[in-house]
Each structure stands twice: as C-alpha cells, then as structure tokens.
Ligand binder design. Sequence first.
Ligand code: IPE
Ligand code: IPE
Ligand code: MG
Length: 246
Amino acid sequence: MTAKEQIDKNKLPKHLAVIMDGNGRWAKQKGMFRSMGHENGTKAVREIVEACAEINIPYLTLYAFSTENWSRPKLEVELLMKLLVSSLKKEIKTLHDNNIKLNAIGNLEALPKKAQRELKDVIDKTKDNSRMTLTLALSYGSREEIIKTIKEISHKVKNNLISPENIDETVINNHLYTQNLPDVDLLIRTSGEQRISNFLLWQIAYAELYFTETLWPDYRKNHLFEAILNYQNRERRFGKTSEQLK
Ligand code: IPE
Ligand code: IPE
Ligand code: MG
C-alpha cells in the first residue's frame, strides 16, 4: 500500500501548518543563486496544496514570509515579493477551480501595494470556496500578532466594551489574525531546523511537531503523506492518561 492509501481519513489533522524552509540551502547545494531556491519552492507549494485537497485537509497554513525576513538583503526581499505576485496571478484559476479559499495572516499593510492588491483580488474571488482554506502567513510574526491582540483588547477594556474578568481564550482567539481558523494539529518544518521561528506561538500550544531533513524545494506529496501517517501513529493525550482515552 502507498503512504496515501494507508492514511486514516477519520484521523486527519484539521489544521496543518508548514514552515517551508531550506530554499537557500537547496540552491547553494546546486551552485545556484538563492533566488532559484525560492522559485523551485513554488513547485512544492503547488504539490502540498494539491495533496491536502486530495485527502481533504480543511485548513492548510503556509509560512511564506516572516516579520524577521524583512531583514534579508533588499534584492532577496524584492524577489520574494515579486514571486508572491506572480504565483498569485498564476495560481488563482487552479485555486478557484479546486474550490480552495485563500486567506492571509500577518501585517499585510507592510507588503508592497502591488502584492496587497493581488492578494486582495484572489481572496475576494475565492471567498465563497469551501473545500479547503489555504492561509498564507505573510509579513507574519507571532509576537507582533500577540502585541496587536493585547492592544485591541486593551482599547476595548478602556472603552468599557469588555471587562478584564471576561478575557478568556475565546476573546484572545477572536483578536488574533487566525480568528477564523482552528488550533494547529500538526506543524511540519522542512530543512532539518528544529525551531518555531516566531510562527503561531499561541495556536500551536498542543500541535504535534514534525521535523524533516528534506529541503522545501524537494518536498513532494509523498513526503506529506508520510508526515500525516507519522502524526496518525501518535497518541494525543491533551494532559490526560492513556487509559482515559480508551
Ligand atoms: C525559506 O527558505 C523561505 C523563506 C524564509 C522566505 P530560506 O530562504 O530560509 O532557505 P535557507 O534556510 O536559507 O536554506
Ligand atoms: C522561517 O524561516 C520563516 C519562513 C519559512 C517564512 P527562516 O529561514 O526565516 O527562519 P530562521 O532564520 O531559520 O529562524
Ligand atoms: Mg531558512
């Protein structure tokens, strides 16, 4: 049986998040410019979006550009923004034909105007799609998101719209960029790095973490199916004992 056939459709992660890492190293290994790594990374994005749609994962979130990535060389940042615009233009039809809804999280106003317009266009066009929600984390940083959340809630407290006693997980969830998304069940990071790099700190509180040496441009459907199988063989206890789950 192939990895895909072994997947238990009743035990799928509802929300899969991916830190797509290793584009630069992939290019360097081949004696190419980093930009080639990013360009080839878009193929892996297409594969993984398709794979998730095939097995019916309802929420997929991809870390595409972090708040920290703004510190990269200007040319690399420009290239990544151009790649974002061209990928959106290229993929809009496929997304729409496959009933996929595009969503974006992060400080989107920091993106170049052109990227903002293109993003808004695809989000608008796909807003009624229901098979899967694909969220791109762009200019995203979890700490920035938490600060934004605290500011918004503080203003509401100040204006007597909410009392401090009523602040709970739901209130916080409702102010995060991810307000319409469930908690992350499985977080995958490629390229061998074992860190979170300021991604969804609140939302991964109980996520299963999966690290793989594969560099992002080499990541294919079968790698994802293997990761899902690994996830399905874990026992998620959420603080309880194993016996309680039986
Ligand atoms: C991930 O690959 C893409 C982004 C962070 C935008 P990297 O560009 O981080 O690749 P490495 O880590 O340098 O190999
Ligand atoms: C994290 O990767 C950000 C994205 C994948 C978009 P980085 O390559 O920027 O993270 P660090 O620098 O290794 O922590
Ligand atoms: Mg990296």
